[in-house]
Write a new protein. Structure first.
Length: 392
């Protein structure tokens, strides 16, 4: 199947293409480590491990992340732990990265400094699960000043060395291109640690302002360089700034610290023709949605069901002010075909009817979802839109 044409993507995002089932991948329809291997054991074709085959087989459509430009999360090189090559984590836009170093090792764990400068303990029997974070690179103003040097927009390795060649290759691709545009809370928690960061909003708000200002400067300077040359169809902020019942900081703090800097980035993007602006945050973000809209963000994923997010209610409240993706409850796919049908029918017809919705689960697909249940979910959505079942 050909890659998703960018005009189709933009028409859906702009509410000009109703009832179009468009399953974007990667990021929006992606998989936890171990899911695909589990599915092969359950009878999926072994080729499902290959991304191109998987997209064709599952009728998903590729988006191209411009991760070679170091403006947001990008994957680390793999590291051998427990006999497996695993990514230590996705690294924030620091250039240069830290050199990984093993600090200690026992029968069950490896403790190391990763590429992001964090000290993490990884379990050998399941090295791809969330590690135990022990220490972070930014502890105070002095360590911030050293760390800040890695956030220079003019760092030599921030852009591909053959910039013109890269631009030519990316601009000739038929699928939509996505640029990571950073983070104003999420990256700070990666540098400081979430508990210390939350105290810092009260104990040293000036340092919070300084770190966010550096991120804003990094992103705006990079955008000014990128957009005259590179075709960017949409951008993606990563925050993960909420838990099950609400955000980790108050809406008042968001308005004070984050909203003005979001506005500077989103105003610049729109002035350069980019008008699809996603934010990714787990948890219950209901109280933050109006602030994100005010700040220029107009798309959100994953709308986590376990945290009480309801895409139908969000669409009824905000209408075409907000593009939606996600909110198919992964727990329904663990339960069976009847639960899957109930979940799909309660959401998909309404969300697709005007466009502006890209279906996905409410996060990555976990290995607890059986292969046959995942196929059932896809086929049920295809039924809603009048498409035949997937070929087996």
């Amino acid at each position: 199947m050909p890659a998703l044409p960018r005009d189709r993507f933009l028409e859906i995002a702009r509410f000009q293409r109703p009832n179009d089932l468009c399953l974007m991948t990667p990021v929006f329809n992606d998989f936890w480590a171990g899911t695909l291997e589990t599915w092969v054991k359950q009878g999926a074709p072994e080729q499902i491990l290959n991304g191109r085959f998987r997209q064709e087989y599952l009728q998903m459509f590729h988006i191209r992340s411009l991760a070679e430009v170091r403006t947001g999360f990008y994957p680390d090189s793999s590291y051998a732990i427990g006999g497996r090559d695993v990514y230590l984590n996705w690294t924030t836009p620091i250039v240069p990265r830290y050199e990984p170093k093993v600090l200690s090792e026992d029968e069950r764990t490896v403790t190391l400094t990763n590429y992001g400068g964090q000290t993490a303990r990884i379990f050998k029997d399941n090295p791809t699960k969330m590690p135990m974070f022990i220490d972070y690179p930014v502890k105070d103003r002095a360590t911030w000043k050293e760390f800040q040097k890695r956030l220079d927009p003019d760092a030599a390795d921030r852009f591909p060395a053959d910039w013109q060649g890269y631009v030519q290759r990316m601009n000739s691709r038929p699928e939509p291109t996505m640029l990571f545009t950073g983070s104003f809370f999420g990256f700070l928690r990666e540098w400081v640690g979430v508990e210390k960061l939350l105290y810092m909003f009260y104990d040293d708000p000036a340092l919070i302002e300084e770190m966010m200002e550096q991120m804003c400067y990094l992103e705006t300077e990079c955008i000014k360089r990128i957009l005259p040359d590179l075709r960017v169809d949409f951008v993606y902020f990563w925050e993960d700034m909420a838990f099950k019942t609400g955000p980790l900081i108050s809406p008042a703090m968001f308005r004070k610290f984050m909203l003005p800097r979001y506005k500077r980035v989103t105003d610049l993007l729109r002035s350069r023709g980019v008008d699809v602006i996603f934010v990714d945050s787990d948890g219950n973000v209901e109280s933050l949605i109006p602030l994100w809209i005010e700040s220029g963000v107009n798309a959100i994923w994953p709308l986590e069901c376990a945290a009480g997010m309801d895409a139908v209610a969000v669409r009824k409240k905000y209408g075409k002010d907000l593009i939606l993706s996600g909110n198919i409850d992964k727990r329904a796919l663990m339960q069976g075909k009847e639960a899957i049908r109930t979940e799909v029918m309660s959401k998909l017809p309404f969300l697709l009817k005007d466009g502006g919705y890209f279906p996905s689960l409410d996060h990555l697909v976990p290995p607890d979802v059986p292969w046959e249940n995942f196929l059932c979910w896809l086929d049920t959505m295809r039924e809603v839109t009048g498409l035949p079942k997937l070929a087996r």
